[in-house]
Design a protein around this ligand. Structure first.
Ligand SMILES: Nc1ncnc2c1ncn2[C@@H]1O[C@H](COP(=O)(O)OP(=O)(O)OP(=O)(O)O)[C@@H](O)[C@H]1O
Ligand SMILES: [Mg+2]
Length: 260
């Protein structure tokens, strides 16, 4: 039985442009994210993917509707909701070890849990780089460090906003496997934004398709492909075609700039 972790009910987030005209970054968005699932969000630029992730993180509040985690309203950021940005945001003055330790220190549990730092560094294959500084490691390595820095506090959900967007195609594929690995090992609920259809199919159990102006969910696709996925399987290819068709419909649909 799946259990709801995050409950997003009828959420609306309006911004205003310089003329004061309202812009619906999200309008009436409802979604339940299940405990332990891997869910991805895909859709054209401006459809509200980052806005939705920021609301779940508690970095922003909706004008209407509600968001809750395990039945508790989300009002502010918390270590129970880890957030990974597109560009790795490590502290440049701190080593890999110290970057990963930051979360434990913030919660004042470093002394009891410092053994975890090495465990997590080993998990992502960066043993030997503990004393390196961010400028001495690659973008892919830095993003992995950012991920374990969030995971070390055992968040209930990891929110990933295009975490692999800045990497080349080879690194992306490598990191996709590592993210899956981390997901399997830790069981952490993953909610990830991507603009890459293959990445969404490869990683997730459900794919949320969104559309802009107003930002809305137009479809939620189940990915019934089992745990070990192959990008060349017939079922994978069919799903890719189906999602691309849906995205083309979303993109080609005549759309007023502002919907009031
Ligand atoms: N702080 C802000 N002030 C004004 N408008 C904003 C603000 N943040 C987002 N928006 C607008 O809200 C809409 C949704 O933005 P959002 O960043 O959530 O889209 P996105 O789906 O993440 O796009 P992308 O794929 O380009 O990252 C866009 O039209 C954007 O211009
Ligand atoms: Mg975005």
């Amino acid at each position: 039985m799946s259990e709801t972790l995050i409950d997003i009910e009828n959420v609306t987030r309006i911004y205003r442009d310089t003329n004061g005209t309202p812009l619906y970054a999200l309008k009436g968005v409802t979604l339940q994210i299940q405990k332990g699932e891997f869910i991805t969000f895909i859709g054209p630029s401006g459809c509200g993917k980052t806005t939705l992730l920021r609301l779940i993180a508690g970095l922003d509040q909706p004008q209407a509707g509600s968001l809750a985690i395990e039945g508790q309203p989300i009002r502010e950021p918390s270590h129970e909701r880890g957030y990974i940005f597109q560009q790795p945001t490590l502290f440049p003055w701190a080593t890999v070890h110290d970057n990963v330790a930051v979360g434990l220190k913030a919660l004042k549990v470093y002394e009891q849990k410092k053994y975890l730092v090495q465990e997590y560094i080993n998990m992502i294959g960066l043993d030997g780089f503990e004393k390196s500084y961010p400028h001495e490691i690659s973008g892919g390595m830095a993003q992995r460090v950012a991920i374990i820095r969030a995971l070390i506090n055992e968040p209930k959900v990891l929110l990933l906003d295009e975490p692999l967007g800045a990497l080349d195609a080879f690194k992306r594929i490598e990191l996709q496997d590592q993210i899956i690995d981390i997901w399997k090992k830790t069981g952490t609920t993953m909610a990830m934004v991507t603009h890459d259809v293959d990445e969404a199919i490869y990683l997730s159990r459900r794919i949320v398709i969104m559309t802009p102006r107003p930002g809305k969910i137009v479809d939620v696709i189940n990915v019934d492909l089992g745990p070990d996925r192959n990008r060349n399987d017939e079922a994978f290819i069919q799903l890719r075609i189906k999602i691309l068709e849906k995205l083309h419909l979303v993109i080609s649909r005549p759309n007023p700039e502002y919907t009031i």
